[in-house]
Design a protein around this ligand. Structure first.
Ligand SMILES: Nc1ncnc2c1ncn2[C@@H]1O[C@H](COP(=O)(O)OP(=O)(O)OP(=O)(O)O)[C@@H](O)[C@H]1O
Length: 265
């Protein structure tokens, strides 16, 4: 696959829950080697888009192609080339980290021994070597997050979906992951990165896609968004494009209620 080859294509994707339209005609073309910062307010439809691409939601309208294949065609083989770090993971807490990783490795078609050796090396790199045979239930949030990241990469996928992948990680581990994502992209992997931590998205992504109310309202590099919006940081641009200007008065109201201001109503 060439650098610049199309990895992902969403055409007019629409999704409704009952009468509520959650995605309203999303169009997106993603090329190999891109790191897409996929951002938007709570409830904008980011996770829904990712779940559609993973094949977890099927009753959408429009067309989704991954690696040139329409995912509605019924052939799930594209999933073997995908890695996923969900926002809220159901880790099998009663398994040890090694059991979990060899299990997920086998699900992706890896030989068990190969999966175990690779998992061991990756856990050692992440300073989890000493706990690899401990149950996940005893792990801290950051340690669990590291297990998830390893599990998403074990089968060397070409396309990665990372949903708040750094939550709970300490500053040093964050730097390792950031650098790792940059190197993976340079090797031609494509990364779809969803997060609310704007300064990391700003640094990590080479393209930013902003979803509001189920529609893409901005799409470009950080520098392009800056030029168009005359704002400084991605966080400022986000506030401006989502029309959010009243954070101070909201905070004030919140505090006055905390302090017993309800009687003023
Ligand atoms: N299974 C469901 N049934 C009904 N509504 C749903 C369902 N899943 C999601 N929604 C609604 O779809 C909308 C988009 O949700 P989604 O999880 O995609 O948002 P998001 O952009 O990922 O938000 P966040 O940043 O908070 O994670 C929300 O209004 C949510 O309530």
């Amino acid at each position: 696959m060439d650098i610049g080859a199309k990895v992902l294509s969403l055409r007019n994707v629409t999704m409704k829950y009952g009468t509520k339209t959650v995605l309203n005609g999303v169009n997106l073309e993603v090329e190999r080697g891109q790191i897409i910062g996929y951002i938007g307010p709570n409830g904008a439809g980011k996770s829904t888009t990712v779940k559609i691409m993973l094949g977890l939601i099927q009753d959408y309208k429009g067309q989704v192609e991954i690696f040139g294949q329409d995912i509605a065609s019924g052939d799930p083989s594209y999933k073997k080339r995908i890695g996923y770090v969900p926002e809220q993971a159901e880790l099998y807490d009663n398994l040890t980290a090694m059991e979990y990783l060899s299990f997920t490795g086998e699900l992706y078609g890896l030989d068990r021994k190969f999966a175990e050796e690779k998992a061991q090396k990756l856990m050692e790199e992440f300073e989890l070597g000493h706990v690899m045979h401990s149950r996940i239930s005893s792990f801290s949030k950051g340690m669990k997050q590291k297990v998830l990241i390893i599990s998403s990469l074990l089968h060397n996928p070409d396309l990665l979906f990372f949903d708040e992948p750094l939550s709970g990680l300490d500053a040093n581990s964050m730097m390792v992951i950031r650098e790792m994502l940059a190197q993976l992209a340079a090797q031609g992997k494509t990364i779809f990165y969803s997060s609310h931590i704007m300064d990391i998205v700003e640094k990590i992504s080479n393209r930013i896609v902003l979803l509001v109310n189920g529609a893409v309202i901005a799409d470009g590099s950080f520098e392009e968004l800056q030029e168009r919006n005359e704002e400084g940081s991605l966080s400022d641009i986000f506030n401006q494009l989502t029309g959010f200007t009243d954070h101070a008065s909201r905070a004030e109201r919140f505090i006055s209620i905390v302090e017993g201001g309800i009687a003023d109503e």
